[in-house]
Design a protein around this ligand. Structure first.
Ligand code: IFM
Length: 455
C-alpha cells in the first residue's frame, strides 16, 4: 500500500548527539578541560548544579549505543568530536592519541553497523586553554580550529564522508559571549560579534582542508534558524520582525551564501552603539570571500518560530520583543511545524543552497517512566510527526532536502538546563544510566522501516 506520506527512497533517517552532552569521561584518557568543564563547576551557572562529568557515559557504553541505533534502523548518526579530547590544550602537535582512537573506534563501529557517520567538529566544547588566550573573539582561534579540523579529518577522512564544521554559531556567540547563559559566560556585544566572525571564518578556511583530507566528501555547516513573524501588520512590528530575522538568521546566511553581512543589521549595531565602526576591524579584507567558500549542504536545526512585537512605545526605540502565543513544549518553545516548511522554501528561494539536511529537530517533553519499563511520550511523537509532514511538503515543493536527524538519541545534558529538559528517544535512568527506549523510539523505528508516516 502506498502511504500518503512516503518519503523518497534515498531520504536519510538519522539521530544526532554532541560530545559534551553524552560522553562523560571528562578527565579520562588524557582529555583536557573544555570551557564547559569550567563553566559547570561554577555555582549558579547550571540548574541543580548539573555537569557533563558523567553525562550518559557514552564514552564507555558507545558499543551498546551503536547497537541500539542499529536496532532503531537509522542510516546516519550525527555526533561531535570533543576538541580537548583530541588536543588537550587545543593546539597541535600535542595530539592525545587515546582521545582520537576513541572516535576512530566509534567510526568503525558505526560503519560495521551500516550507519553513516556525520561528524560535527565543533559543538561548543572549546578547549579551556584557547579560551584563556581569548577564545572565539580572538582571531588566533581561527587557525587553531583549522589545525584541529586538519588533524581530525586526516585521521578519519578515509571513512567519514560527511562533515559539519560548526553547530549553531548563533548560540556560541549569543549565549557564550553576549548574554552569558553558556560557557564561557561573557556579556559583551563586541566579543559576540567578533566571535561570530571568527567562527564563520574558521568554517570557510576549514572547508578546503577537510576536502583535501577526505576525498569525495560533503562539507557543510549547521545553523539554528528561527523564522520571525510580526505580531501585527503595523510598520513598527514589521520592522522589529525584520530586525530579529536579520540578527538571528541573515547575519549567518548572508556571509555564508552571499559573501556579505546584511547592511541593515550592521547599521542597527552601529546606531544602537553596540559597537563602534572602528571595532569592526576584526573583519579583514578577503575574509568574506573565504567565509562564502561554496559548501555542499546546509545543516538546519529547527525547533520553533518567533512572533515579534516592537517595544517602540515603551523605550522609544524599535527593539524586537519576542512573544510566544501557541502551544509549547516543556521548555517553553512554541510548536509550529508549518514554519519549518515555509523556512525551507524561503532558504531555497533566497540563497544558492545545493542541499539541506535537518540536522536537528525534536522536543523537550519531560515524561518519566510510569512504574513500568514503558514511557508513553505521545507528545514527542506528534511533534516529530508534524515536522516530518513539513519536510514532506517541502520535498513536494522541490526543496533539496536530503535527510532528517532527530534531536536526540537519548536524554542528556541540556546545557544551562542540566538534565531537566528531556529531548531523547531513549530515557536514561538517573541511578544506573540504563537506557529505556520510549514509545517515540519505537514509532521512529517503524517510520524508518516503512519510509513513510502512515503506520
Ligand atoms: O541540546 C541542544 C543542542 O546541543 C543544540 N541544539 C538545540 C538542542 C536543544 O536545546
Amino acid at each position: 500500500m502506498t502511504s500518503k506520506y512516503s518519503f523518497p527512497n534515498d531520504f536519510l533517517w538519522g539521530v544526532a548527539t554532541s560530545s559534551y552532552q553524552i560522553e562523560g569521561a571528562h578527565a579520562t584518557d588524557g582529555k583536557g578541560p573544555s570551557i564547559w568543564d569550567t563553566f559547570t563547576q561554577l555555582p549558579g551557572n547550571i540548574k541543580n548544579g548539573d555537569t557533563g562529568n558523567i553525562a550518559c557515559d557514552h564514552y564507555s557504553r558507545w558499543k551498546d549505543d551503536v547497537a541500539t541505533m542499529k536496532d532503531l534502523g537509522v542510516q546516519a548518526y550525527r555526533f561531535s568530536i570533543s576538541w580537548p579530547r583530541v588536543l588537550p590544550t587545543g593546539n597541535g602537535p600535542d595530539i592525545n592519541e587515546k582521545g582520537l582512537a576513541f572516535y576512530d573506534r566509534l567510526v568503525d563501529g558505526l560503519l560495521d553497523a551500516n550507519i553513516t557517520p556525520y561528524i560535527t567538529l565543533y559543538h561548543w566544547d572549546l578547549p579551556q586553554q584557547i579560551q584563556n588566550q581569548g577564545g572565539w573573539p580572538h582571531r588566533s582561534t581561527v587557525d587553531l580550529f583549522v589545525n584541529y579540523a586538519d588533524i581530525v579529518s586526516k585521521k578519519l577522512g578515509d571513512r567519514v564522508k560527511h562533515w559539519i564544521t560548526h553547530n549553531e554559531p548563533w548560540v556560541v556567540s549569543t549565549n557564550g559571549y553576549l548574554n552569558g547563559h553558556h560557557a564561557p559566560g561573557h556579556k559583551s556585544w563586541g566579543e559576540a560579534l567578533s566571535a561570530t566572525h571568527h567562527l564563520l571564518l574558521s568554517h570557510g578556511l576549514a572547508v578546503p582542508v577537510i576536502r583535501n583530507n577526505s576525498p569525495n566528501c560533503e562539507v557543510g555547516i549547521t545553523l539554528n534558524l528561527c523564522p520571525a513573524y510580526p505580531a501585527s501588520p503595523s510598520i513598527a512590528d514589521q520592522q522589529a520582525a525584520q530586525q530579529f530575522d536579520g540578527e538571528f538568521n541573515r547575519w549567518f546566511l548572508d556571509p555564508l551564501f552571499r559573501g556579505s553581512y546584511p547592511e541593515d543589521v550592521l547599521m542597527t549595531h552601529l546606531s544602537k552603539k553596540r559597537i563602534m565602526s572602528s571595532d569592526l576591524s576584526f573583519i579583514q579584507d578577503g575574509d568574506l570571500q573565504k567565509i562564502s567558500t561554496p559548501i555542499d549542504f546546509l545543516g538546519l536545526n529547527y525547533y520553533s518560530r518567533a512572533i515579534i512585537r516592537s517595544n517602540e512605545i515603551l523605550e522609544e526605540e524599535n527593539t524586537p520583543v519576542e512573544i510566544n502565543p501557541g502551544e509549547r513544549t516543556d521548555n517553553g518553545w512554541e510548536i509550529h511545524a508549518e514554519s519549518l516548511h515555509l523556512l525551507l522554501k524561503r532558504l531555497t528561494i533566497e540563497y544558492p543552497i545545493k542541499a539541506i539536511y535537518i540536522t536537528e529537530n525534536g522536543a523537550a517533553y519531560n515524561i518519566k517512566p510510569n512504574g513500568t519499563s514503558e514511557i508513553h511520550d505521545e507528545s514527542r511523537i506528534k511533534y516529530i510527526h508534524d515536522h516530518l509532514i513539513a519536510c514532506y511538503k517541502s520535498l513536494e515543493d522541490k526543496v533539496p532536502l536530503r535527510g532528517y536527524f532527530v534531536w536526540t538519541l537519548m536524554d542528556n545534558f541540556e546545557w544551562a538546563e542540566g538534565y531537566g529538559q528531556k529531548f531523547g528517544l531513549i530515557h536514561i535512568d538517573d541511578a544506573t544510566l540504563n537506557r529505556i527506549p520510549k514509545d517515540s523510539f519505537h514509532w521512529y523505528q517503524r517510520t524508518i522501516a516503512n519510509n513513510s508516516l502512515n503506520h
